[in-house]
Design a protein. Structure first.
Length: 100
C-alpha cells in the first residue's frame, strides 16, 4: 500500500478476506469499531490498542499567539487535542520496514 491511504473500504475488505464475514457485515464491523473509538474519545477517555498505540486527549491552555505576517498578537483559546502515541511494537515494525 505504498503511496496509498488506507480507507474504511480497505479495512472492510481486509476483514472480509481474513475473517470471512460478508462484505456488508465487514463494513458494519469496521464502522462499529471506529464509532466506538470516536464515542470514547468524544466522551473524554483515552483509547489504547495493545501492540498498536494509544490515542490520548490533551488539554492545551489558552495563550497569546502572534500573526507571523503582521506581528499582531492574537489570543488562542484553550482547547482539547487528540494525540497518537505509537507502541514500541509498531515503532519497531515501521523501522524494520526501512531495512532491505
Amino acid at each position: 500500500m505504498t503511496g496509498k491511504t488506507l480507507t474504511r473500504a480497505d479495512l472492510a475488505d481486509a476483514v472480509h478476506r481474513e475473517v470471512g464475514l460478508s462484505r456488508q457485515e465487514s463494513a458494519q464491523l469496521v464502522e462499529s469499531f471506529l464509532g466506538m473509538m470516536s464515542d470514547t474519545l468524544a466522551g473524554g477517555e483515552n483509547v489504547k490498542l495493545s501492540s498498536f498505540g494509544s490515542f490520548l486527549l490533551r488539554d492545551k491552555n489558552g495563550r497569546v499567539g502572534r500573526n507571523p505576517k503582521t506581528g499582531e498578537e492574537v489570543p488562542i483559546d484553550p482547547r482539547r487535542v487528540l494525540v497518537f502515541k505509537p507502541s514500541q511494537v509498531l515503532k519497531d515494525r515501521v523501522d524494520r520496514s526501512l531495512s532491505p
